[in-house]
Write a protein that binds this ligand. Structure first.
Ligand SMILES: [Zn+2]
Length: 315
């Protein structure tokens, strides 16, 4: 999810409810870009895109220095939703000896929640000038979504770093290869701790970016997507919370469900889900979008049919 991924150029020219979010491309940017015109220098108007999905750090809390990243953004990327990774990949000597894993697929050792990521992101943001800060939307992600106290962590971070954070996420409920490795109680869409988090986000006006696979890996063809109904009822329980569903619920091996575009359209056109957005970030998602000319056409048509700007914090 780091600044190497780009999708097909024709994506950049749309303003839709489907957010283009490779580690550099966000259609909604055009909307957000317009709003930031006053805060950022004249160069802003020439930005090509904004990004709603950028992890500054990896699974061992290392990553790009924010000033170096700003140089990478250059005059192409206007504004970026910025967050860390809420999970630390443990380096277990018993498991991998001297080999220091940096990704969750490199070891069987567990993952555990790492709350310091929020302080790290806040201090990186604070090291920027006012004008540079206007190009970032830091998000809180260092909490355990299965913990009823998670909402209290979010409140504490907001109080500790006033004026820094715009939203929460990306945080994860069901994710292939990851959820089963997380130490402690497994996160669930049915857990009231998650409802407390979404209620609090609505109360203080934080946008929510959630990673939740729509289905299980290697699901039987034509079977009911494992987590679609639960996710829809969660979204219905929180009509006042703006929610971005990352990667439209897909992953490395969690493939598009049968009639995936139609499944998304059913949500996009249902007024009950007027508060729901999708991002299409990550190479592992983009590969499905560009798999065939037909997939490209279906995706582009869907994006063209659902123009809705994303509500962003004014600067
Ligand atoms: Zn994700």
């Amino acid at each position: 999810m780091v600044a190497t991924m780009r999708t097909e150029p024709f994506w950049f020219s749309m303003k839709r409810r489907l957010c283009l979010a490779t580690a550099g491309a966000v259609v909604l940017g055009a909307y957000i870009g317009l709003r930031t015109q006053s805060a950022v220098s004249q160069a802003a108007v020439s930005y090509e895109l904004n990004d709603v999905h950028f992890h500054l750090t990896n699974y061992v809390q290392e990553g790009t220095d924010i000033h170096a990243f700003l140089k990478l953004m250059g005059n192409k990327v206007g504004r970026v939703a910025l967050f860390g990774i809420p999970l630390q990949q443990e380096w277990s000597y018993q498991n991998s000896g001297d080999f220091a894993p940096t990704y969750y697929l490199q070891t069987d050792a567990p993952l555990y929640y790492y709350s310091f990521t929020d302080a790290y992101i806040a201090m990186a943001y604070r090291s920027l000038s006012k004008e540079e800060q206007a190009r970032f939307d830091p998000m809180i992600t260092g909490f355990n979504p299965a913990d009823m106290y998670a909402a209290d962590h979010i409140r504490r971070v907001l109080k500790t770093f006033p004026g820094v954070f715009s939203g929460i996420g990306e945080f994860t409920i069901h994710k292939e290869f990851v959820s089963a490795k997380v130490a402690g109680e497994t996160a669930s869409l049915l857990n009231p701790a998650l409802d407390r988090i979404l209620d609090f986000a609505a109360e203080v006006g934080l946008i929510v970016l959630i990673h939740n696979d729509m289905d299980v890996p290697f699901a039987k063809a034509g079977s009911e997507p494992a987590y679609l109904a639960q996710m829809k009822s969660l979204l219905k329980r929180h009509p006042k919370t703006k929610v971005i569903w990352a990667h439209t619920g897909l992953g490395r091996v969690v493939r598009p469900v049968t009639h995936h575009a139609a499944t998304l359209e059913a949500i996009l056109k249902d007024p009950q889900f007027g508060h729901v957005y999708f991002d299409i970030s990550w190479d592992e998602f983009a590969k499905y979008l560009v798999a065939t000319p037909e997939a490209v056409k279906i995706s582009a048509d869907l994006i063209n049919r659902y123009p809705r700007p994303l509500p962003v914090r004014h600067r």
